[in-house]
Design a protein around this ligand. Structure first.
Ligand code: GUN
Ligand code: ZN
Length: 432
């Protein structure tokens, strides 16, 4: 029994998408359960009563034990851009984001912010994210160095920008290719680290640079690609003007070979039927970023239309356009956005999305996102009665799990995180 440890609590994970399998058949719940971990993996799950008497156990009582939460789109250099007042996308980038991102030329600054960023993810129960760095290779080094130290499973990339940004934040097509390639050679597949080719968005890249991004994709077939798509109307007009030959915004990325099963497009609010069809055909993912879309005033994401069109949808915070690091807060705002579109987000679907659904959107199903034995032991422990208002409301739910989860996502935030485990190690503990 060498090295085995267990987490005890109410276990919950998903074995299927509730939208497909139905609410009864989609999840696995063990009221007094235990997850046994060994060598960074989940060794087994089952009733706590079956644990051997000599197994070291961390007992969380009535708390929920879930797979670590996953964020499919976030910017680590924007931890101090969050809550910047009064601008829509293009002005917001110029006035706040492009100012802040220049500081990441300094490796010490990048290292300090990376450290803060990981602390914040873990205190919110997030264990994996698809992350934008800045144009500076130093920012990527700082990010992966910290991620490797913590042993988190991360996806990240150097932002590629060669026009429409301050000089200090631009590279050129060749440099973005060679710097990205060097970072990929060093970090992609090293431990739990993964790289993403990261052209910021079509507005800040020349055709030559998008061509370079496509060449990176061809050169590294298992690499990720992340960028922004159809977030804001002024942005869409700029893309149409800069790429006059294009049939649509999506067509620009398509022309350079950037669509595909490992491509993650942030936002996708204003898309035509033809663009949705192309995203679906290529098995691309769109990241729904509700707090950002509301805060920057970008629009209401139409999840029903995208999913109905066969597009994989992930859920994401998009900090610093987004206003919270918490995936619970993000799910709550997703629910409200969908309400304004006459749609819904049942709690089981939301929790599926934050775990197994986002893992699947990132091509990581089987590795993270569930409590399945053999998968990585990335686990978050959530207190569903973390605040007086939550406890007061929870008194009425009468054992209804879906209702409990709905209250948790509507009222919960980082205060609900009791503990976060990464590859079997407890890296965050609220000490309650
Ligand atoms: N489009 C291009 N860059 C960004 C960014 O940093 N945040 C958001 N929300 N949209 C973008
Ligand atoms: Zn973004």
């Amino acid at each position: 029994m060498t090295g085995k440890t267990a987490i005890r609590g109410r276990l919950l994970d998903f074995i299927a998408d509730p939208a497909e399998a139905g609410e009864e058949a989609c999840y696995r719940y063990i009221a007094d359960g235990a997850v046994v971990m060994e060598d960074g993996k989940i060794a087994s799950i089952g009733p706590a009563a079956d644990l051997p008497a000599d197994m070291p156990v961390e007992d969380y009582g009535q708390a929920l034990v879930l797979p670590g939460l996953i964020d499919t789109h976030i910017h680590y250099p924007q931890t101090r851009v969050i809550a910047s007042y009064g601008a829509q996308l293009l002005e917001w980038l110029d006035k706040y984001t492009f100012v802040e991102e220049q500081k990441f030329a300094d490796p010490d600054h990048a290292a300090a912010v990376a450290k803060f960023f990981f602390d914040e993810l873990l205190r919110n129960g997030t264990t994996t994210a698809a992350v934008y760095c800045t144009v500076h290779p130093e920012s990527v080094e700082a990010f992966f160095t910290e991620s490797e130290r913590l042993n988190t499973l991360m996806i990240a990339g150097k932002v590629m920008m060669d026009r429409n940004a301050p000089e200090a934040l631009t590279d050129d097509a060749e440099r973005s290719f060679s710097e990205s390639a060097a970072l990929i050679e060093k970090w992609h597949g090293r431990g739990r680290q993964h790289c993403a080719v990261t052209p910021r968005f079509a507005v800040t890249s020349t055709e030559a640079q998008l061509e370079a991004a496509g060449a990176l994709m061809r050169g590294y077939p298992d690499i990720y690609m992340q960028t922004h798509l159809a977030e804001n109307s002024a942005e869409i007009a700029a893309v149409a003007k800069q790429f006059p030959w294009s049939r649509s915004y999506t067509d620009v990325y398509d022309k350079f070979g950037l669509l595909g099963p490992r491509a993650i497009f942030g936002h996708g609010i204003h898309l035509s039927d033809g663009e949705i069809a192309r995203l679906s055909e290529t098995d691309s993912t769109v990241a729904f970023c509700p707090t950002s879309n509301l805060f920057i005033g970008s629009g209401l994401f139409d999840m029903g239309r995208l999913r109905g069109g066969g597009v994989k949808v992930g859920l994401a915070t998009d900090v610093g356009g987004g206003t919270s690091f918490s995936m619970l807060r993000t799910a709550a705002e997703a629910y409200k956005v969908l309400q304004l579109n006459n749609q819904n987000l049942p709690a089981l679907q939301a929790f599926h999305l934050m775990t197994r659904g986002n893992a699947d959107a990132l091509g990581l199903a089987g590795r993270i996102g569930t409590l399945e034995p053999g998968s990585d032991a990335d686990i978050t422990v959530l207190d569903t009665r973390a605040t007086p208002a939550m406890a007061h409301r929870m008194d009425t739910i009468d054992g209804n799990l879906a209702e409990e989860l709905f209250v948790l996502m509507t009222l919960g935030d980082d205060r609900s995180t009791l503990a976060t485990y990464v590859a079997g190690e407890r890296l965050y503990y609220a000490g309650r």
